[in-house]
Design a protein around this ligand. Structure first.
Ligand SMILES: *[C@@H]1O[C@H](CO)[C@@H](O)[C@H](O)[C@H]1NC(C)=O
Length: 275
């Protein structure tokens, strides 16, 4: 377990996050330019029912100048209900990052009509190694769920510097495999108790990385398949029948012979609505 103060800070963050969302979602209701479909089953007024949609929270700079043979990581974060997935385009064509990038959400979990607070934040990274002139172009980060799709663009250009020593490093690196890297994961998930959730952890690398999930950051507490948990083939973690006891952090660890990566997800089980 990590120190209690960290838990408290994270909890305060989540409460703030939930409340600020409430205000923002109300605001967008009166915005005629906002094209997200209304929930068909909205209950009486006064209930917190996040609208179905996606918004970008973080995108890379609109212009990026990168030295030749440098490595650069583009990062994008989106918030939405249901959980948004994120992928990248280069000059309008899809970039494939790893085997599991396009695997679908489990339908039984993610189309649950009981979901009332299923707000989550998804983050994605695009790793560009040893950038060369062929890497120049417009990169788009696309975040989507079944209700909405949003995008942000970055114009990547090479700077004029000479980097011959780095070129040598790049050539050397490329003769080995690539390390395990996590290119899409869930950062925060708020969900009503009693529902099931799917937390993303999609990794790429050569050879294909192995995935482990742990509770908190204690590497001795590896999560195993059980009635409560299921680790999907794509690396995602399913937690069933969310309860208050599931509050807290989950770490996804990806590993292959060339390197390891980990990401952290915070889960907040919200109180069910009163019937
Ligand atoms: C879900 O968990 C609660 C306790 O947290 C339990 O009472 C209930 O029976 C569980 N429901 C299912 C479908 O397993």
């Amino acid at each position: 377990m990590y120190p209690i103060t960290i838990q408290l800070i994270v909890m305060l963050f989540v409460v703030h996050f939930a409340l600020s969302r409430q205000v923002e979602y109300k605001k967008t209701q009166s915005d005629p330019g906002f094209s997200v479909k209304e929930r068909s089953n909205s209950k009486e007024e006064g209930h917190y029912v996040p609208k179905l949609g996606v918004r970008l929270q973080k995108t890379p700079a609109s212009f990026l100048s990168v030295g030749p043979f440098d490595s650069v990581t583009l990062e994008c974060e989106a918030e939405g209900n249901p959980s948004p997935t994120i992928y990248w385009l280069k000059n309008g064509r899809r970039i494939h990052q790893g085997t599991w990038e396009e695997s679908e959400l489990s339908q039984d979990i993610n189309t649950n009509e009981m979901v009332t607070r299923g707000v989550s934040r998804t983050r994605s990274r695009l790793y560009l190694d040893c950038v060369s002139p062929k890497d120049e172009g417009i990169f788009s980060c696309i975040a989507e769920n079944p209700y909405q799709r949003v995008s942000g663009e970055t114009d990547l250009k090479l700077s004029e510097e000479e980097r011959e020593t780095r070129n040598a490093v790049c050539v050397a690196k490329k003769s080995f495999g690539t390390p395990a890297r996590i290119h899409m994961w869930t950062r925060t998930r708020i969900e009503t108790q009693g529902n099931d959730i799917q937390l993303f952890c999609r990794a790429s690398g050569n050879p294909q990385p192995q995935i482990n999930w742990i509770r908190g950051d204690d590497e001795s507490k590896i999560i195993k398949d059980s009635e409560k948990y299921k680790i999907l083939e794509n690396g995602d973690l399913v937690i069933r029948n969310l309860s208050w006891g599931d509050l807290g952090g989950y770490t996804c660890m990806a590993k292959n012979v060339n390197g390891a990566a980990k990401t952290f997800t915070f889960v907040y089980p919200a109180m069910p609505e009163e019937k």
